[in-house]
Design a protein around this ligand. Structure first.
Ligand SMILES: NC(=O)c1ccc[n+]([C@@H]2O[C@H](COP(=O)([O-])OP(=O)(O)OC[C@H]3O[C@@H](n4cnc5c(N)ncnc54)[C@H](OP(=O)(O)O)[C@@H]3O)[C@@H](O)[C@H]2O)c1
Length: 399
């Protein structure tokens, strides 16, 4: 059917490439491009031999001209952006210049301000519309599948959705005293930021990790959950009419939070550059360099993730509760694609998002979040490509 250019060859990029070659009828050719070309070449070596033709390239995702040149050379139908959130805008500019469809998994965040928001990318709506191309934003698991779950709940189970609680649990153990399951810089910026949730038409801000509850997760058991700000709250608040409250919860162990507290106290999580041996370094980027590379956690991580959404609302005049979730086993993911479940649960939906656009099921000029499309083909693809979902009609609720 066509060609995809994958930008980024880290934990998530590797899963995307593995999954694209599992659908060669759609992804006839892929090009894996990143800052460090050797990582792309390693991936190509692992994946070559199937029906999908694979190329690799070196590219600086901050440099729109370089991306344009690569797109003009490879001529992809779509660019799958799984580099870092700072690269969303340069890559979207290159897609505009070359009239190429675009998909990503994380919204834009300026490198010097730890605040992710959709406003920068939503501002491209008319430009993408005029160019006749599609940008699909946030097609990972969260954001991504959580938005598709919401659209599915709305379509099949509710007349009105009033409350959404998004729960992201990772009960995996990698055996290190401290490591992050995806890019440490992005992960730590997210957790150390203030929390917030959407209630009655406005944002309620909390101190970082101020609100804590316990939740008994299916197939995982009881864990501590903390309220965080998360990007899909912003798009769901805009796109799900009548919603009264949306909250996002993530599990953290006491051990993880104690390490993080110490690192914060000594200034290691700061993004303010400091002078070190005659050069400027950002403490958080230095910390990233000394922490285990998330891509190497795969063989060590045991246990499961459970990510899903609890919906409360009205159906046929009666109150209704519905829980949609996916359980993913770290070791099973590693056996299949050589990565743990955190990269797997983000990479599979990125491939599915690209597949939706390439097959024309979700192709529409403009810039869209996943919940703005028909969820059914995406939900089928989740079952087909390794993230089967489960449902419950009487879940435990969070107060
Ligand atoms: N929605 C979700 O559920 C979800 C979940 C997890 C992650 N994510 C997102 O997925 C993305 C990738 O995460 P990850 O865990 O795979 O991160 P990662 O392992 O750090 O990989 C990032 C990749 O981007 C490349 N890169 C960095 N700067 C670049 C530049 N200037 N030019 C070209 N390539 C560059 C890196 O190259 P090097 O090898 O040279 O460093 C690496 O290959 C992030 O945006 C993250 O926020 C989304």
């Amino acid at each position: 059917m066509g060609k995809a250019l994958i930008i980024g060859a880290g934990g998530v990029g590797s899963v995307v490439a593995h999954k694209c070659v599992q659908a060669p009828e759609v992804f006839e050719e892929i090009c894996i491009a990143s800052r460090t070309k050797s990582k792309c070449d390693e991936l190509k070596q692992k994946l070559d031999g199937g029906k999908t033709k694979i190329q690799t390239a070196q590219v600086d995702a901050n440099n729109t001209e370089e991306i344009i040149n690569l797109i003009n050379k490879f001529k992809p139908d779509i660019v799958i952006n799984v580099a870092l959130p700072y690269h969303d805008l340069p890559i979207m500019d290159a897609c505009l210049a070359t009239k190429t469809d675009y998909v990503d998994t994380a919204n834009y965040e300026p490198p010097d301000i730890p605040k992710f928001e959709y406003k920068w990318q939503w501002a491209y709506k008319d430009k993408f519309k005029d160019a006749g191309i599609t940008a699909l934003l946030g097609s990972g698991f969260d954001p991504g599948v959580t938005g598709v779950f919401t659209a599915y709940a709305k379509k099949h189970h509710f007349d009105e959705i009033h409350y959404v609680d998004i729960l992201d649990a990772n009960a995996g153990d990698h055996g290190y005293p401290f490591a992050t399951n995806f890019n440490p810089e992005i992960n730590i910026r997210e957790i150390t930021a203030k929390g917030s949730y959407w209630e009655n038409g406005k944002w309620i801000e909390t101190e970082p990790l101020e609100i804590k509850r316990k939740y008994n997760f299916p197939e995982i058991g009881e864990m501590d959950i903390y309220l965080l700000h998360h990007e899909e709250i912003e798009s769901l608040a805009k796109n799900i009419k009548g919603v009264k409250r949306i909250r996002f919860w993530m599990t953290f162990s006491e051990k993880y939070l104690t390490h993080l507290q110490v690192l914060q106290n000594v200034g290691m999580t700061s993004i303010e550059p400091i002078e070190f041996q005659g050069m400027k370094i950002q403490p958080l980027q230095f910390l990233k360099a000394v922490l285990p590379d998330p891509a190497t956690l795969g063989p060590r991580t045991k246990g499961k993730t459970n990510i899903g959404c609890i919906f409360q609302g009205i159906k046929d005049g009666k109150k209704k509760t519905y829980y949609l979730y996916n359980v993913c086993d770290h070791q099973e993911c590693y056996k299949e694609v050589g990565s743990q479940a955190v990269s797997y649960t983000a990479g599979v939906p990125a491939m599915i998002g690209a597949l939706m656009v390439m097959t024309g099921k979700w192709k529409k000029p403009g810039v869209f979040n996943v919940e703005e499309f028909d969820p059914d083909p995406y939900m089928d693809a989740l079952n087909k490509y390794g993230l089967p979902w489960k449902e419950s009609f009487s879940p435990e609720l969070i107060d």
